[in-house]
Ligand binder design. Sequence first.
Ligand code: 5GP
Ligand code: MN
Length: 332
Amino acid sequence: VNGAIAEKDWAEAVASVQSIIRPGAEVLLACHVNPDGDALGSMLGFAQGLQQLGVTGLQCSFPGPLSVPDPLHMPGMNLLVPEEQAYTAPDLLVTFDAASTSRLGSLAQRLDSAAMSIVLDHHASNSGFGKLSLVDPDAAATALVAARLLDRLGVQYDLGIAECLYIALVTDTGSFKFDLTTPEVHELAARLVGSGISVGAISRRIFDTRPFGAVKLFGEVLGRANLDPAAAQGRGMVTAVATLDDLVKHNQPGYILEALIDSVRCTAEADVACLLKQVSEREWAVSLRSKGGADVSKVAVALGGGGHRLAAGFTGRGSADEIIEAVRAHLV
Ligand code: 5GP
Ligand code: MN
């Protein structure tokens, strides 16, 4: 399956990778800020594929502090370097799951300095950057695009590669529940499971384990959720707001809130779900979800972010009420 990507682009990507399989070549892989399972998993899985092919001078990075949430610890993390230490002019740069250069922080500078750059992504909102753009908006995860390239390179999925790609696939498909869960997704999953990964243990770690403090925290934030039946052209919007005070009170790290949107979006009376996660006094990470009536990527892009039709996000500045009102205003 090729999806939206032309065969000549695959051929160019394969040739570019093969040309850096030589001693001394510097290869930098980069994914988006605050990496999720797909960003990290597709990047680190691909990295181990390159190692299998004999690539040596290999670095992986993402902007910001080099911390990875416990549930997302996976093979290949030994390859991670802070953005400041990343090769300044690599022979090859490959980006993963980043829809725009702003998501790459200072690593975006390497798009100009790298001899070759390849963009692997699946966001319809991808702004089109990099010398070679391999973007398939119909792919459920960037991992699917990365796997197509690994297959063309003749990489065999060992345990490490398989665990990374599986984590990417299982997170971006919501455990194979979302609309883009195609036969190709299940076929890739079958191959990954076939290489011996522990599906139960991975799922428990990523989806079904959180500290008791987080259980209480979720309860408190959900207890304050608000349903606005008139919003989104009468399709309804449910909103929830998690503050820094909530995190402090329950002694939880910010990343623990990533899973909370799934408990908000199940609201039957709302097509749109909106979760505000406070980052600082007047800055919020906003998650948007739609059941199909609204295109939330349009809302997110209009407010400076990006994403997919049914799952998108942006950074909001102002009071929580102001941001909710802005989202509401863009849903008409
Ligand atoms: P989440 O709500 O899980 O953080 O993100 C959902 C989707 O929205 C992801 O596919 C992600 O790419 C996109 N997204 C979330 N936050 C931002 C943001 O601040 N900027 C951009 N460009 N996209 C975002
Ligand atoms: Mn993704």
